[in-house]
Write a protein that binds this ligand. Sequence first.
Ligand SMILES: C[S@@+](CC[C@H](N)C(=O)[O-])C[C@H]1O[C@@H](n2cnc3c(N)ncnc32)[C@H](O)[C@@H]1O
Length: 156
Amino acid sequence: MRLVLCAVGQKMPAWADEAYEDFAKRFPPEMRLALKAVKAEPRTTGKSTEQLMAAEAQRLEAACPKGARRVILDERGDRVTSKQLAQRLETWRGDGRDVAIFIGGPDGLDPALKATADEMLRLSDLTLPHAFVRVLLAEGLYRAWSVMEGHPYHRE
Ligand SMILES: C[S@@+](CC[C@H](N)C(=O)[O-])C[C@H]1O[C@@H](n2cnc3c(N)ncnc32)[C@H](O)[C@@H]1O
């Protein structure tokens, strides 16, 4: 099973790339965390927010593995603890499909793409910058994996 982060933004600060990689490389071969970063639409072309998000959504769709479970990250999504995220991970693993996790750009995700979600998750009640989101998600998923496997990374 693969956890595929379909995320807007190919140019992240070095600290974000390093921190993301630090967690991504810890996943075992049977549960890979992969990043598919797509180009953010330039904000200088006079396009409306709706047009910008629609263009980014097309790229995200192209990056999404066929038949994957679709999880949207959004500050209005379900609030979950690490243990609850571990239970979701267990469920996701159970059906054997890849899991695509979508992260939007500066204006968020296109409403039509959001409407296709199987699940919507929040990482915080705060609105977070997208560079933070992929790092927090990688750590949160790794912690959830460690809860699921009884690995000592997570302590009660
Ligand atoms: C800068 S935020 C976009 C904020 C935008 N105003 C919105 O309403 O979605 C970029 C992306 O980061 C993710 N994100 C931001 N805060 C989040 C949170 N608290 N929980 C989960 N995802 C979040 C979402 O995928 C969002 O599309």
